[in-house]
Design a protein around this ligand. Structure first.
Ligand SMILES: [Zn+2]
Length: 148
């Protein structure tokens, strides 16, 4: 049984944290034709997984994809309501954001210079401009606002 315990996925005894908590329409419910809304995007054992829930009948499922995002299978998903709460936008310093999330949106040079800027060290101005232009996308994707 696969459990969704917001924001994590619990597979057997392994807890997998989301790479993204973006809420997107990711498909149509086969039970009622309502639309499926993503609860979280996960990367585990060389696969991508998208936890989703029907906006109409609340049926949850886990969509499993290969490394190249080719669809493999849909699995039943049980939502653990105990810890359920609405995702909130949190505000973090660059150095507090996990590196692997930063790398989804920013280049290594941009990450280096964002951190250098926040720590008052020399940085390449152009990299900081480019990074600033991507902040909104990062916030949309991860629900995290980077203070810069
Ligand atoms: Zn449905």
């Amino acid at each position: 049984m696969i459990l969704f315990r917001e924001p994590d996925l619990v597979l057997d005894d392994t807890t997998v944290s989301p790479v993204s908590r973006a809420q997107n329409r990711v498909g149509i419910c086969t039970a009622c034709d309502g639309y499926l809304l993503s609860l979280g995007y996960y990367r585990h054992a060389g696969r991508w997984m998208v936890a989703a829930r029907c906006s109409a009948c609340s049926r949850a499922l886990l969509m499993v994809y290969g490394d190249d995002w080719s669809w493999i299978e849909d699995l039943p998903l049980v939502v653990d309501e105990v810890n359920r709460h609405e995702p909130a936008i949190t505000s973090l310093r660059v150095s507090e954001v996990p590196q692997e999330r930063l790398e989804v949106v920013f280049t290594p040079a941009e990450i280096r210079d964002m951190i250098a800027f926040q720590e008052g060290r020399p940085y390449v101005r152009q990299n900081l401009y480019r990074a600033r232009a991507k902040l909104e996308r990062f916030e949309r994707l991860f629900g995290v606002r980077i203070e810069l």
